[in-house]
Design a protein around this ligand. Structure first.
Ligand SMILES: [Zn+2]
Length: 432
C-alpha cells in the first residue's frame, strides 16, 4: 500500500504534511516528501488518499487483561476488596475457554477500532487468548501470571500453564504473539514462586510483566511482611529486575524505589484511568521521566476502566502527570505520544515497531482530522493528545495487513463476537 500526500508523526515525533509512505509486506519501505517513481508506485499496487488524515504508529497498550471485557460494568462503586471477593473472583471461577475466547476477541475488536496494534496482556486460559488474538491479526505479549499461596511451586496450575505457554506460543503467528513471564504481584507470591518464575524468565530470555506498588496499602503490608522492604526492594532482592521488566502501576514509590527502577532499566506501564477508578493514587510520571525511567501507557482491564479508547487514556495520562507534578508545562505532546507508542513497543521487546521509519514493522493507524473536534489545528500533535477520540481512527494496520478500515473489520465477525460474548456472560451469571 502507498499512502499518498498524508500527514505523519515521524520517527522524531514531529508532524510532517504531504508525505508518501510505502508498505511492502510487513515493513515500511518508503518515506519521502517526493512521490515514488512510476515503477515503484506500481510495486505498491494499492494507494490511499491521505487528504485530511494523519498516519502515526499504532498504540501499544502496555497493560491489559483482555478477557475481562466479559465483566465490563459489572459491580460498580464498591470498595476494591468487596468488588474482587464478591463479584470478580466468583465470576472468574466460572469462566470457560469459549468465554475467554469471546471476551478476548471483543477486546481485540475494540482495540483495533481505537488504534491499539499490540497489547501486553495478563490473564489465564492462554490457549483461548492466543486463538482470539491470532484470529484478529493483532499483536500481543501474553503473560500467564503466577500466584502462590502454598504447596509445591512447580506443581501450581499457574506455573505449569506459564511454562507450557512459553514452549507453545513464544514467537507464534510469525512473532505477533510473544509470551512474557509473570509474577502476578508481591502480595500474591512467595520467595519460592518469585525465584522460580525469575529462573523460568531467564532460561527463556523473556520479559517479566508484573503488578507493582499499585496501592498504598499493598506497599505498607509488604513492608510489614517482608522485613521492612517495599515491593520494589523485595523483588530486587530476589533478582527479578536483573532482566527486562514491565511494571504496571508503580504509583507508590520511595526515592530508593526510583533509584532501583532507574538502575535496572525497568519500564513502567502507567494505567491512569484504572488508578482513578479504583482510587489507587496517581503515578508520578514526571518523577519517573526525570529519573530517566521509560514510561508506557496501559488501560488495565475493561472491568476497571471501562473502555479501551486509547486516546482517552493518553489524555488522562498527560492531565494527571500535570496535576501530580504541579507543572502545567509538563508534558509535551511528543512525550505523551512516545509513551503511547514507541515506549510500549520497546517494553514488549519489539525493537523495530512503534515508529514510522523505513525498515520498521508496518504497525500503523490513520486518524481522520477532517472532523470538528480536530479543527482548527495550530499544532496537530496537541490535537492528537487532547482533542482526538478513538472513533477518529479510520484505519488500523498490523504487520502491513489492514485489520480495520472505515467501520469494517477485515478479520473479525463483529456481530457474532458481540452476540457470543453476551451469551457467555449470561451463561456464567446463570451459574452464580
Ligand atoms: Zn492489571
Amino acid at each position: 500500500m502507498l499512502f499518498e500526500r498524508i500527514a505523519i508523526v515521524d520517527e522524531n515525533f514531529d508532524y510532517q504534511e504531504d508525505m508518501y509512505v510505502g508498505i511492502s509486506g510487513n515493513l515500511i519501505t518508503y518515506i519521502s516528501k517526493e512521490a515514488p517513481s512510476d515503477a515503484l508506485r506500481e510495486h505498491y499496487y494499492q494507494t490511499y488518499d491521505g487528504k485530511g488524515k494523519v498516519l502515526m504508529p499504532g498504540f501499544v497498550n502496555a497493560h491489559g487483561h483482555s478477557p475481562m471485557s466479559l465483566m465490563r460494568g459489572y459491580g460498580e462503586n464498591l470498595p476494591l476488596q468487596r468488588w474482587l471477593n464478591e463479584l470478580v473472583f466468583p465470576f472468574e471461577d466460572q469462566l470457560d475457554g469459549e468465554a475467554v475466547y469471546n471476551g478476548t476477541l471483543l477486546s481485540m475488536a475494540e482495540s483495533i477500532r481505537y488504534g491499539i496494534t499490540s497489547t501486553s496482556d495478563m490473564y489465564f486460559w492462554v490457549d483461548d487468548m492466543v486463538r482470539a488474538i491470532t484470529t484478529s491479526g493483532a499483536k500481543a505479549n501474553i503473560a500467564r501470571a503466577v500466584t502462590h499461596f502454598g504447596g509445591d511451586v512447580y506443581q501450581l496450575p499457574s506455573f505449569i500453564e506459564q511454562r507450557d505457554s512459553i514452549l507453545m506460543y513464544h514467537g507464534f503467528d510469525e512473532g505477533r504473539i510473544l509470551i512474557d513471564a509473570s509474577v502476578h504481584a508481591e502480595y500474591t507470591n512467595s520467595d519460592e514462586s518469585v525465584k522460580a518464575v525469575v529462573e523460568q524468565c531467564r532460561d527463556h530470555d523473556l520479559i517479566m510483566h508484573i503488578h507493582l506498588s499499585e496501592t498504598e496499602n499493598e506497599v505498607n503490608e509488604c513492608i510489614e511482611r517482608r522485613g521492612g522492604k517495599t515491593p520494589v526492594e523485595y523483588f530486587d532482592s530476589l533478582g527479578l529486575f536483573d532482566g527486562p521488566v514491565l511494571a504496571a502501576h508503580s504509583v507508590w514509590l520511595t526515592d530508593n524505589d526510583y533509584q532501583i527502577l532507574k538502575s535496572k532499566n525497568v519500564t513502567v506501564a502507567s494505567n491512569p484511568i484504572s488508578n482513578l477508578k479504583l482510587v489507587s493514587g496517581i503515578c508520578d510520571v514526571k518523577k519517573l521521566m526525570d529519573n530517566g525511567i521509560r514510561v508506557a501507557i496501559g488501560t488495565d482491564s475493561s472491568t476497571s476502566n471501562n473502555s479501551l479508547d486509547f486516546f482517552e487514556e493518553i489524555k488522562t495520562f498527560a492531565l494527571l502527570a500535570k496535576l501530580k507534578s504541579g507543572d502545567p508545562a509538563f508534558m509535551t505532546p511528543k512525550q505523551a505520544l512516545y509513551a503511547a507508542t514507541r515506549a510500549g513497543a520497546l517494553a514488549q521487546g519489539r525493537k523495530t515497531s512503534g515508529l514510522i521509519k523505513e525498515g520498521y514493522r508496518a504497525d500503523l493507524i490513520v486518524v481522520d482530522t477532517d472532523v470538528p473536534n480536530m479543527q482548527p489545528s495550530h499544532n496537530m500533535l496537541n490535537n492528537l493528545v487532547y482533542s482526538a477520540c478513538g472513533k477518529d481512527v479510520c484505519l488500523t494496520m498490523v504487520d502491513g495487513r489492514v485489520l480495520y478500515q472505515d467501520g469494517e473489520y477485515k478479520t473479525i465477525d463483529i456481530e457474532k463476537v458481540m452476540y457470543d460474548t453476551n451469551a457467555a456472560k449470561d451463561r456464567i451469571l446463570a451459574k452464580l
